[in-house]
Design a protein around this ligand. Structure first.
Ligand SMILES: C[S@@+](CC[C@H](N)C(=O)[O-])C[C@H]1O[C@@H](n2cnc3c(N)ncnc32)[C@H](O)[C@@H]1O
Length: 293
């Protein structure tokens, strides 16, 4: 709650150019942190009951969530799937993770990543997001963790992302990588070739790499589809739901892990108790995980 007061106050002060009050590491980061009126990563954090949002984000979320309450379940379900996917990858010995379209990697006031780092000091995460406000805020939240890197990049620019990861020393392409594209691919427009994105990443990393994706189909949102799309994509983006067959093709050339591409959440890796929504599927939300040969 105090943090929420802090960010609201910080935003107002910055609007008046009083940057000296902001406890972030550089004025450039501060400007990016506060300059976007509504940031979808902060909207999602608020919907996940986190405390990293401004009043503008909360007003935006509330105006749509009132008619589309299922969005909260969708976001929570995606976080649960993300966690299950990381657990699966850790079990296979993967220690380096590329989190594409990361948003804010925290919610409920806790760092989602803490339990994974506790297991093994080799674990590394690189978070990628194209939204400068999300990156500035996420970097600040993770600033005390040397085992996390947060980069601003377009996830569809595979060559650029891989080269940034390699140059920073955070990812070794000779070892398998866990690729997480959770809540991202339905935001990638057709011109950026979303269908080939997963296989393009997999082709760069060592065999044994694992990719986890979620994707919305046109069934999500029902009669309140437009409100759902505004909540998920944010004010400046378009949502691109795709058919099950199109999502299935995103795994072409890879070996799907049982139970395959399923409606989230309870069908994928049941028995890992991480959700208050356990047992409830989200209509129109698919998820799956595949391994490279
Ligand atoms: C729904 S949030 C998902 C957050 C997180 N992965 C989760 O599962 O909770 C989608 C994020 O993808 C980011 N995004 C959208 N298009 C992107 C792109 N082309 N490259 C990188 N990030 C992108 C958005 O800024 C947003 O923070």
């Amino acid at each position: 709650m105090l943090w929420r007061l802090f960010v609201d106050l910080g935003g107002k002060l910055l609007a008046g150019r009083e940057e000296r009050f902001v406890a972030v590491r550089s004025s450039r980061v501060a400007r990016e942190f506060y300059s976007v009126p509504v940031c979808s990563a902060r909207v999602h954090d608020y919907l996940l009951r986190g405390s990293n949002s401004f009043s503008a984000d909360r007003r935006y979320a509330d105006s749509f969530a009132a008619v589309q309450p299922r969005v909260r379940r969708l976001l929570r379900t995606e976080r649960v799937f993300w966690t299950r996917a990381v657990c699966f990858m850790l079990d296979r010995g993967i220690r380096q993770f590329l989190d594409l379209g990361a948003g804010l990697p925290v919610h409920d006031g806790e760092n989602d990543l803490a339990p994974f780092h506790g297991q093994d000091d080799q674990v590394r995460f690189v978070h990628i997001d194209s939204d400068p406000a999300a990156v500035a805020h996420g970097s600040m939240l993770l600033s005390r963790r040397s085992d996390n890197l947060y980069l601003q990049a377009d996830a569809a620019d595979v060559a650029h992302v891989v080269s940034a990861c390699v140059q920073s020393g955070a990812i070794d392409v000779r070892r398998p990588v866990g690729i997480l594209a959770v809540g991202l691919l339905h935001l990638i427009p057709p011109r950026s070739r979303p269908k080939a994105l997963v296989s393009r990443y997999c082709s760069v990393f060592a065999p044994g790499s694992v990719a986890a994706i979620t994707h919305l189909t046109p069934r999500f949102g029902g009669e309140h589809r437009a409100e759902a799309a505004r909540l998920i994509a944010g004010p400046d983006r378009t949502l691109y739901p795709r058919s099950r067959a199109a999502v299935q093709r995103m795994f072409s050339g890879l070996k799907l892990v049982q139970p395959g591409l399923t409606l989230l959440s309870h069908l994928w890796r049941p028995g890992v108790p991480v959700s208050e929504f356990e047992g409830a599927q989200v209509e129109g939300l698919l998820g799956g995980l595949a391994v490279t040969n």
